[in-house]
Design a protein around this ligand. Structure first.
Ligand SMILES: [Zn+2]
Length: 516
């Protein structure tokens, strides 16, 4: 008898400061929501769902995909969307299966729940208390006790940009299959430290995260534990359980994992100053880019990046680049459906004046929408679809919506109907722009751009643009985070109240009366 699995994806990184709502339509935009079409889209791709689907096929499992939901980061997930997604998964599990494989993000906040993933697992456990569940998570997980209690196996990405999505699912899935075969008996232990690390400086490819991730990877690869993962957390979220955490899946003996957790997290605490970001004036950053030789010089605006919940329409960096006279440049994609419609109506070759971008107020950041007046010629119109060829989400289909290129004479600006993080050159090449031949490439991204653009960049200049994904934590008005928390309480010492269980227990399905 083949193993019978329920495989599902429910992924969203919620930026509670983002003004963008997250209804079910946001999840459907990145692909089919269920069934054979979802499976066909996921097969062979370097995505979390792709990893589980390919593994299930390889081992000859019988499986269904009742939900394949993945949305760009944005504001709170609506209750209706959350109920639809969890309802489909729970219904499939209730019909009976040997095990469940879930591709989750680990940072979902809904209108009602601080910990969407913990709540999903609680709902599954209500109908299937003992079914083994493998969970693959993003590196930016806000770990909670409810997730650790609800899952049988947990793994997380080890890279940022996330180029090991499929492998992360395979790691979790392989352990789960071994458990089903009776070879191992997984026990999850986890812990955290009260550190809010800046996403701009916590990539596992550099210190101080590098050594932490190496400890986890080594323990897993040598077989000392079944799986070990470190999570950086996601700072643009005003929730109590935000922290830097680690999760170890042990074979029967929790003590092995607890030792490893202490080693990893004590080192993180010791090197906490390395997780801080130090802001700089935007004008100085653009001026520095002008002094650099050759190209392409990639200017990465991390204040407004889609993959952290940005509106992708803040014009501050392009405005500064124009003010300082940068030319031979491409920029984008900027999300502005109205501007796209106007360019399409004008047609290729037409001269046009536009109030570009800056359509969305950001009340939580105290920022008002501010379009930029630009003039230029419409160079190209596309359907905004392309397949990823770079190392992140390889093979996945990107759908930017209808897309148009405005050429100001100095900058070619890609404008699209939907938001899309530029982690692959396709955002430019699919509309006839070769970024390798430009002196300046202006994109909105914090880290994921490195997957596609670092190999072509002669220089990279990080730009502190405006927006709800700013790296300067002093720009955010946190009301619900745990205190003390580093770096808000720089002189704090670790006390008993900082234990993981304490923070995690507060996630439990509590009503968010403080949220609109
Ligand atoms: Zn992430």
């Amino acid at each position: 008898m083949p193993v019978k699995l329920v495989v599902a994806m429910m992924m969203h990184e919620t930026n509670t400061f983002s003004p963008l709502p997250t209804p079910i339509e946001s999840f459907a935009r990145l692909g089919a929501l269920e069934g054979a079409v979802a499976i066909a889209e996921a097969r062979g791709t370097n995505t979390p769902l792709g990893g589980f689907v390919d593994l299930a096929r390889e081992v000859g499992a019988e499986f269904v995909v009742p939900m394949a939901a993945n949305a760009h980061p944005s504001g709170l997930v609506t209750d209706a969307a959350f109920d639809q997604m969890t309802g489909a998964i729970v219904e499939a599990v209730a019909k009976g299966c040997d095990a469940v494989m879930l591709a989750l993000h680990g940072a979902m906040v809904t209108q009602t729940f601080d910990d969407g993933e913990g709540e999903l697992l609680r709902r599954i456990r209500a109908v299937a208390p003992d079914v083994p569940i493998a969970v693959a998570l993003d590196f930016h997980t806000q770990m909670t006790e409810a997730m650790a209690r609800g899952a049988t196996v947990i793994t997380g990405y080890r890279t940022y940009p996330h180029i090991d999505m499929a492998e992360t699912s395979r790691r979790a899935g392989r352990t789960l299959l071994r458990a089903l075969a009776g070879e191992v008996a997984p026990v999850i232990v986890w812990d955290s430290r009260p550190i809010m690390s800046s996403t701009l400086v916590h990539t596992p490819s550099r210190e101080p995260m590098k050594s932490l991730m190496a400890m986890a990877a080594e323990a897993e690869e040598t077989g000392a534990v079944l799986n070990a993962s470190v999570f950086g957390g996601f700072p643009q979220s005003d929730i109590p359980h935000l922290s830097l955490s680690a999760v170890v899946v042990c074979d029967r003996r929790a003590a092995d994992g607890e030792l490893l957790l202490a080693r990893i997290l004590d080192r993180a605490w010791e090197h906490r100053a390395g997780f801080l970001f130090h802001p700089e004036p935007l004008a100085e950053q653009v001026a520095r880019a002008k002094t650099l030789d050759g190209g392409p010089i990639v200017l990465a605006d991390h204040g407004d990046n889609t993959a952290s919940g940005g509106t992708q329409d803040v014009m501050s960096v392009i405005e500064e680049a124009m003010r300082q006279g940068l030319e031979d440049a491409c920029a984008g994609p900027i999300c502005d459906p109205g501007a796209v419609a106007r360019m399409i109506a004008a047609g290729v070759g037409a001269e046009i004046d536009l109030d570009l971008g800056g359509k969305v107020d950001m009340p939580a950041m105290g920022l008002a929408a501010k379009p930029l007046r630009v003039s230029g010629r419409v160079r190209r119109i596309t359907d905004g679809e392309f397949k990823v060829t770079g190392p992140m989400a390889t093979g996945a289909t990107i759908r930017m919506g209808r897309t148009a290129v405005l050429d100001t004479g100095k900058i070619e600006i890609v404008v699209s109907e939907h938001r899309s993080e530029p982690f692959d050159l396709g955002v430019f090449t699919h509309c006839g722009i070769d970024p390798t031949r430009k002196r300046y490439v202006l994109i909105k991204s914090r880290q994921h751009f490195r997957a596609g653009f670092e190999p072509i960049a002669r220089h990279i200049v990080m730009c502190d643009g405006d927006g709800c994904t700013a790296s300067d934590l002093s720009l955010f008005d946190y009301k619900n985070i745990r205190r003390p928390l580093y770096p808000f309480d720089p002189d704090m010492t670790l006390g008993r109240n900082d234990a993981a269980g304490q923070a995690g227990s507060r996630d439990a399905p509590e009503a968010r009366a403080d949220r609109p």
